[in-house]
Write a protein that binds this ligand. Structure first.
Ligand code: SAM
Length: 246
């Protein structure tokens, strides 16, 4: 069973009061009953083993049986700038990058982004993406929920994506250093930023702008990968060399 995230204020004097969507999920979908044990956690904080003591129409209560502190955070903090792609593939990429440890996911509007949030739908879309990240973080038993930011234009974002030492832009054009070779033997940094383009790829002018702001264009090899494949391949390569991300 996954570890379900709760807010700090759900806990009082060793008991937990579970409400909202999680209460409905535990009662309705998982049919949790008094006496059963569930695992609950605060994003970035402790994890609790909880025995359910009572269920009500829209609430469950439980007693904390044990508490575990989060592991030390000595992994690179990963930001992924992901160009918007079609709905299913975007949602799949959010789910998979969450499982692979992304800490912050920034949907990007680039020169060749075909998919753009419809007026008035941006909030609904962001809420949906945040829910997908939450559920993937729970299922993969992560200690933290990644942050999914509002879509932003690539030109704005790449100028200052945060003060991350390693900034890579995945570029499929020939002649670039392989990501693998860039990583090999490098000391593990505190933070990594990765930019992945849309189906139509980055404009050369976007690559130039990014390089002027500290990004290095790197290759994943000779094959042209789909956006969602490329981000996963890149995260797997980074994890292979530097271990878990977060
Ligand atoms: N412009 C590409 C073409 O020639 O058809 C399509 C772009 S590809 C579908 C989507 C994104 O995945 C690219 O913008 C890039 O960020 C990444 N990507 C795909 N293959 C790659 C490779 N071999 N090396 C580095 N990045 C790659």
């Amino acid at each position: 069973m996954p570890v379900f995230f709760i807010e700090r204020d759900a806990i009082r004097n060793g008991t937990v009061s579970i409400t909202g969507p999680l209460a409905r999920h535990l009662k309705g979908s998982l049919r949790v009953r008094p006496g059963e044990t569930v695992w609950l956690g605060e994003s970035g904080g402790p994890r609790y083993q909880v025995r359910i003591t009572a269920t009500y129409r829209d609430r469950l209560t439980g007693d904390i049986l044990s508490e575990s502190a989060p592991p030390p955070r000595n992994v690179p903090r990963l930001t992924v700038g992901l160009a918007l792609i079609n709905r299913d593939h975007m949602e799949w990429a959010i789910q998979k990058t969450t499982e692979l440890g992304v800490a912050r996911l920034v949907p990007l509007l680039t020169a060749r982004t075909v998919i753009r949030p419809k007026a008035g739908r941006a909030n609904h879309l962001l809420t949906r993406w945040q829910r997908i990240a939450l559920e993937a973080a729970q299922q993969s038993m992560r200690w933290t929920i990644p942050t999914v930011m509002e879509p932003v234009s690539f030109d704005t974002w790449c100028v200052d994506p945060g003060q991350d030492a390693c900034r890579w832009l995945l570029w499929e054009k020939p002649g670039r250093t392989l990501l693998r070779n860039r990583l090999r033997g490098q000391p593990r940094p505190d933070a990594v930023t990765l930019a992945v383009g849309p189906e139509g790829g980055f404009d050369a002018s976007e690559v130039d702008l990014a390089e002027r702001h500290g990004f290095e264009a790197v290759s994943l090899g000779d094959y042209i990968l789909r956006t969602e494949s490329a981000v996963l391949a890149a995260l797997a390569i980074v994890q292979y060399e530097w271990g878990n991300l977060g």
